[in-house]
Write a protein that binds this ligand. Structure first.
Ligand code: PMT
Length: 205
């Protein structure tokens, strides 16, 4: 099968040297790519800026911003059998990034932010019959309710729910899978590769 996996953070430019980003290490998405390659699948890994080794044989596409990730997903998702959105995509970006390095000035600086594209929401609207769409939910509170809301709103087949304290920027993770038909599957927690293997064991047809 052709599997597209996104991983890592995005960076949203403020000026030539500053950006808004988050603590995603890319490890969960890269572990999913490794697990899928080990099962013999064709993997396209769309990755934000990370500092970890690339799984051998993955078709790696490097991106920086949410807009670049959205474009890469548009290029590769349409003919994928499965899309797994594990990336921690920024929801907001500076509305008017500066072309030159910002200088210190007296008083406060107010940064205006605008929404980025909801890549997963767009995928859900354009899902091909037979295509499987898997999202992630990273939450600090109300994990199950928030994950189920995203599963339905974004027209997903599965959502992998993890607490920020369990999985964001860490070496290990604890994930609960929810299927659109109501099934709930808590996976054994552990290092990200073992969690990725358990996850693919449950979701792959
Ligand atoms: O990278 P690691 O350090 O290994 O950490 C792994 C992880 C915690 C980042 C990963 O397991 C995870 O939870 N990824 C999703 C993080 C996230 O941004 O969750 P969210 O609840 O904000 O977003 C919900 C879903 O919408 C996600 O599938 C996300 O990829 C997607 N999204 C979000 C914003 C956006 N503009 N477009 C999107 O498609």
């Amino acid at each position: 099968m052709k599997i597209v996996i996104t991983a890592g953070p995005t960076r949203e430019k403020i000026d030539p040297v500053r950006y808004i980003s988050n603590n995603s290490s890319g490890r969960m998405g890269y572990a999913l790519a490794t697990a899928a390659l080990d099962l013999g699948h064709d993997v396209t890994l769309i990755s934000g800026p990370v500092a970890i080794p690339v799984p051998e044989k993955a078709n790696l596409i490097k991106v920086v911003s949410a807009a670049e990730m959205a474009q890469a997903v548009r290029d590769h998702a349409p003919d994928a059998d499965i899309v797994i959105m594990c990336a921690a995509v920024a929801d907001y970006r500076p509305a008017h990034p500066w072309d030159s390095k910002l200088k210190k000035m007296p008083g406060k600086l107010v940064l205006e932010l605008e929404r980025t594209e909801d890549i997963l929401g767009t995928l859900g609207k354009n899902k091909r019959p037979g295509q499987m769409l898997i999202g992630f939910a990273a939450e600090t509170d109300d994990l199950e309710a928030n994950a189920l809301g995203k599963l339905e709103r974004k027209n997903l087949d599965w959502i992998a729910a993890n607490l920020v304290s369990d999985g964001f920027g860490t070496d290990t993770n604890r994930i609960t899978l929810y299927h659109r038909d109501g099934k709930k599957i808590p996976l054994p927690s552990g290092d990200k590769l073992s969690v990725a293997r358990s996850m693919l064991h449950e979701v792959l047809p």
